[in-house]
Design a protein around this ligand. Structure first.
Ligand code: SF4
Ligand code: SF4
Length: 323
């Protein structure tokens, strides 16, 4: 895989600072049942990196000390971490809001039929990836049969109350472009998703998050191999909107890797760019969850050219468009 970091490092992205820490985003590991082309964490069925229970315990303690509001669980497929259910149970008991970024096909894998019921019982917000409402586009990006499996899983979530009016069980969907272009207008796309998924499959959901693809890892390598890296970067930079800087997720979120090291966001984690850009080559200088037991995270945020992916057009964060 080709590395885009040397092309991103020298940056004119405007400086930004952290506000209050609201969310800990825990990457529970890189194990996933899929290997999508746009995956910025290079997750897949052969990855073995998984967060252990001690690190989760530390994260819960940090959340308690800093009055963190939410745990945002990501991966890979977070549910494939053997301590997933323990973590969710503890977090909910501690009053934390929990979001699970799930790829819905996990619910169809042998041994994972508990996922939907478990999430509903613990009233976890489900943030389910469905990169398009078209079967051809989803299968091209994620693999043969993924669309149909996703649809079946979303129907199961609906049958458990997810996305249904007044159930309080929130089902949000995530869209990524399947090429080197920015997401279309989120509001209009959400209306299209609602109409087509409703008419064709009887599926309901709460919101659609339209996320831009980041020019890093597997997707960045794909851009390089197609000779489209420079033009994609020009698209991101050309669409930069200063007003999006106020809402980028790194202002209120800290991302934690499976070993407990800290980053300003999931993308920086994948670029091995430590929180506030300490020295990535020195383990002792890399901020860790342990460092947050007694002090808040630094206000400094490490940025580079990929950050334009968060501020281009309508903006992009873990909660979708910024405007
Ligand atoms: S489902 Fe998500 S984590 Fe898994 S490979 Fe695809 S993009 Fe990556
Ligand atoms: S890529 Fe990460 S550090 Fe850069 S603006 Fe987006 S969230 Fe912030």
């Amino acid at each position: 895989m080709r590395d885009t970091w040397p092309l991103l490092r020298d940056s004119d992205f405007p400086p930004i600072e952290r506000d209050r820490l609201e969310t800990l985003q825990l990457n529970l590991g890189y194990l996933c049942n899929l290997s999508c082309i746009h995956c910025h964490v290079n997750a897949g069925p052969r990855r073995t990196e998984l967060m252990d229970r001690d690190t989760m315990q530390l994260a819960l303690e940090v959340a308690r000390r800093h009055g963190v509001r939410a745990l945002d669980l990501t991966g890979g497929s977070p549910e494939m971490n053997p301590h997933f259910r323990w973590l969710v149970g503890e977090a909910r008991a501690a009053g934390l809001h929990v979001m699970d970024r799930l790829n819905p096909t996990i619910m169809e894998e042998p041994g994972y039929d508990w996922v939907g019921t478990f999430l509903a019982t613990h009233r976890v917000e489900a943030v389910a990836s469905l990169p398009c409402y078209s079967q051809a586009n989803v299968d091209e990006q994620r693999g043969q049969g993924v669309f149909e499996a996703s649809i079946r899983a979303l129907r199961t979530l609906n049958s458990l109350g997810y996305g249904q009016p007044d159930s309080g069980l929130v089902l949000n969907l995530v869209y990524n472009p399947n090429g080197a272009f920015l997401p279309p207008n989120q509001e209009r796309l959400q209306a299209d998703y609602a109409r087509l998924l409703g008419e064709n499959f009887g599926i309901v959901f709460n919101k659609l998050f339209a996320l831009a693809n980041m020019p890093i890892q597997r997707y960045g390598s794909w851009l390089l191999s197609k000779g489209r890296f420079e033009s994609y970067m020009a698209t991101l930079r050309g669409a930069h909107r200063e007003e999006n800087l106020a809402g980028v997720m790194c202002r209120s979120l800290v991302s934690v890797d499976y070993l407990g090291y800290l980053y300003d966001c999931d993308f920086n984690q994948m670029l091995h760019l430590p929180l506030g850009a300490g020295d990535a080559s020195e383990d002792t200088a890399r901020p860790h969850l342990r460092d947050l037991l007694d002090a808040p995270p630094t206000r400094r945020i490490a940025t580079a050219q990929h950050c334009f992916g968060c501020t281009a057009g309508q903006g992009s964060s873990c909660g979708g468009a910024l405007r």
